[in-house]
Ligand binder design. Sequence first.
Ligand SMILES: *Cc1c(COP(=O)(O)O)cnc(C)c1O
Length: 408
Amino acid sequence: MHLRCNNRNCAHTLDLHERVVACPQCGDLLEVVVDAPQAEPAALKRMWLERRMSNASADRSGVWRFRDLLPGPYDPDSLVTLSEGNTPLVHGLKTGKAAGLDRLFFKHLGWNPTGCFKDLGMTVGMTEAKFVGAKIVACASTGNTSASLAAYAARAALSAQVYLPSGKISLNKLAQAIDFGAEIVQVDGNFDAALDQLLNTTNKDIYFLNSVNPFRVEGQKTVMIEMMEQLDWQVPDYVITPGGNLGNTSAFGKALEELKEFGFIDRAPKLIVVQAAGANPFAELWRSGADEITPSSHPETVATAIRIGNPRSWRKALHSVKYTGGFVMDVTDEEIGEAKSLIGLDGIGCEPASATTLAGLRKMQSQGKLDRGATVVAILTGHALKDTDYILKAHAKLKGAHLAEVPS
Ligand SMILES: *Cc1c(COP(=O)(O)O)cnc(C)c1O
């Protein structure tokens, strides 16, 4: 395995464990090139299931259980893991009805150790950080990455620094980062400013763990592998996911491409990406068919996890969407709010960004674009308790006076 520049015109290659943030030739993002596994797909599918019966920590992790398609090799004792992954597919009952679907499943990544999918990438990224001898790890974040980085850094006994847009993230997430002992750097401006500030720091001791880190993308690939296993390798028609910085979209496409190339599946599900209408540069790119993304300088949405104007992984994500024959759309904050409350009333719950999925499906249905018999997997990215302020405020608005007194 090795690293390769994502820009196809450059395609510069590097050793897998080279400690660089971006391509040294052209500055584009890097990706891990995974070798075809030695064993046959049928044998690996069986082995992955068998590992679920083991108590070894590498097997109990829903990420490292699929290590045959991940970077390495790492000493099993060196893995920085909290038994992440192993998240269920939950059948959408009332939500299925609300979207006109009989077979709607939620892959709930909010049921990870710190309450969101960032843990899946962080276990791989932090293991690599330790492997290359990093002492300080850092990220910019809309909240969830910082909580996840802080937890895994604590496990790895590394110092954690998190750059956060001041006043623009959920307090629940900030509390997590503090609880796990991270150093908090509040930045004036939005997430994009925080990321710029971090990437411009000159401290050579810092190991960057933003979603542009190719090792994080590798861990997030396992969402698609685990989902396919849970569907007995019957490919669904659609996978629908929120889009912010577009790391997940990139990871899902990469996973599906590898699964197909290595003979695990014979086609990919269509990947649908949903953005918030106030932070939708990727949806705009899709609609316009332009060659380059136009960042929006004032992203605005109640779904703070995807309040991002300049998604760094857009090129990889565009490749993912095109590869699967999918598309990109956006939904309003009002549609997100309705969908979020429906997911709550189905006994599932999620944070606002995750509800873009059901909002997107309902929009597709209202436009006659969704077939009742389709099998759809909607990716819920974060736990309901990630943004309790949003819930209380929304509820106060709907139900009137008495809840309005809840302190905010
Ligand atoms: C990070 C995050 C997203 C956005 O994911 P990207 O990979 O940046 O597109 C969506 N929802 C939640 C809850 C998140 O934490």
